[in-house]
Design a protein around this ligand. Structure first.
Ligand SMILES: Cc1cc2nc3c(=O)[nH]c(=O)nc-3n(C[C@H](O)[C@H](O)[C@H](O)COP(=O)(O)OP(=O)(O)OC[C@H]3O[C@@H](n4cnc5c(N)ncnc54)[C@H](O)[C@@H]3O)c2cc1C
Length: 419
């Protein structure tokens, strides 16, 4: 009798790279997604930065001040517009519990180890699938407006291999920034950052896996529920069909709790909305070659695939995916001020995505307690592309009976046996 397949629900970057890792370990895998193709939801138009230098938990003593300011509309990059959302309050209380110095340190340590591991794993995945050309591994910049903030950040980043660049050294490295707004005091340079289009990488990876015959992708397949019995998931419901599975992996991003709530499990994954704009290039020489995060403006910038991608905002707005003109105006204004001569300002597209964010910052990675064969890889927040290959490798190692190469990297929860 042939072994039933492993079923992964979700063909975002997390589901597809989990499928790659399971297939590499010889498993038969089916990936289901409601959308018509891979990476159509949060993995669609993100900044594309493998941001090892930004692998820090948001929850911490400083975040309390940021959130207070956001509540009263005084934090430019962070907005809270759904104050009456009970899910936000449940999430917010758990977030506050993670704001102690000790928990911030432990969560940041998880993310730092996971992101460094993931960056290396992503190179392996690219090699396995012949996708090396889709990634650049030259590092990334974190820009600061004032020298004091830069010095503070340099101190805080001690163990993370970040080089501090003063203004002259920054402009020496990135001449294009000298022509942008005259406000940058310097930068941290993370040698371990990489960059690439998350959507293109995920989409091409899925095509290659399908062509090899090692993974079957079924799109336009909305999963309505999980059938369970005797402490196991026995089937996955898609319309009137029940798909039998040896094991089930949830890679369902912000929608994960919709499937687990009937089982009595409610992961705290809040959708934190962000926006991106993508511009066609006119004069690439006027653009920075390295991806960067403008820390004062809360804006991320990257150039790849003949386009400039700029992302911004962290908005607590529930499941709202609308694109209000005033948010688009902020992105347009940033690009016009800094790179108006480098891109075609009339050829741009805009997008909003919901980052699947846990209170701890680390993803939920492990086995759902009480079920022999139900696993989760969800809740990667601002770092899903960064963490995708490493989390895929670790969950595949655990699901196939191996010992995960890293331990203690998952967020903790009562309902989870974490990796
Ligand atoms: C503006 C912005 C910028 C970002 N920049 C970066 C960055 O530079 N670097 C970085 O590392 N990360 C970044 N991120 C974060 C990153 O994009 C996410 O963490 C990542 O895409 C999450 O991937 P995922 O596969 O978990 O979720 P998704 O891509 O949302 O995939 C989940 C999939 O599950 C499917 N699904 C859910 N429920 C069901 C169901 N019941 N039946 C069938 N299918 C289902 C959905 O259709 C979807 O395709 C950014 C995010 C945003 C919004």
């Amino acid at each position: 009798m042939t072994q039933q397949p492993i079923v992964i629900i979700g063909a975002g970057v997390i589901g597809v790279l989990s499928a790659q890792a399971l297939a590499a370990r010889g498993r038969r895998v089916i990936v289901l997604d409601r959308e018509a193709g891979p990476a159509q939801v949060c993995s669609r138009a993100n900044a594309g930065i493998i941001a090892v230098g930004h692998a820090q938990a948001w929850a911490g003593p400083e975040a309390i001040v940021t959130l207070m300011r956001a509540f009263v509309g005084r934090e430019p990059g962070v907005r809270v517009t759904r104050l009456r959302d009970p899910a936000l309050w449940r999430w917010g209380l758990a977030f506050l519990r993670n704001c102690t110095r000790a928990r911030h340190g432990a969560n940041t340590d998880r993310l730092a180890r996971l992101s460094a591991f993931s960056r290396d794993q992503l190179r392996n995945v690219a090699r396995d699938l012949g996708l090396e050309d889709l990634l650049r591994h030259d590092g990334g910049l974190y820009l600061y407006d004032d020298a004091e903030a830069l010095a503070r950040a340099a101190g805080a980043h001690g163990p993370h291999q970040m080089d501090a660049l003063d203004r002259a050294a920054l402009f020496d490295r990135e001449g294009a920034l000298a022509q942008a707004e005259d406000r940058f005091a310097g930068a941290l340079f993370s040698t371990r950052d990489s960059v690439g289009d998350c959507h293109v990488f995920t989409d091409t990876a899925a095509q290659k896996l399908a062509a090899r015959g090692s993974v079957e992708f079924r799109y336009d397949s909305a999963v309505s529920g999980l059938e369970t019995g005797s402490g196991r998931v026995t089937g996955v419901q898609v319309g009137s069909e029940t798909i039998a599975a040896s094991q089930v992996l949830l890679a369902t991003g912000v929608e994960t709790a919709d499937l687990t709530r009937p089982l009595g499990v409610a992961p705290l994954i809040y959708p934190v909305k962000g926006y991106s704009g993508t511009w066609a290039l006119r004069d690439p020489a006027r653009l920075p070659s390295l991806p960067y995060i403008d820390e004062a403006a809360h804006v991320a910038v990257a150039v790849y695939g003949e386009q400039l991608r700029v992302t911004a905002f962290a908005e607590f707005a529930g499941q709202d995916r609308s694109l209000p003109p005033e948010r688009i105006a902020v992105l347009k204004d940033y690009v016009t001020r800094n790179f108006g001569l480098a891109v075609d300002l009339d050829r741009a597209s805009f997008w909003a995505g919901l980052r699947p964010t846990t209170p701890a910052g680390a993803p939920y990675l492990g086995q759902v307690r009480g079920f022999d064969n139900l696993w989760i890889n969800a809740g990667h927040g601002t770092l899903g592309w960064t963490l995708s290959a490493g989390c895929g490798a670790l969950i595949a190692q655990a699901m196939t009976g191996g010992t995960p190469e890293l331990r203690n990297v998952s967020a903790r929860a009562r309902w989870l046996d974490p990796i």
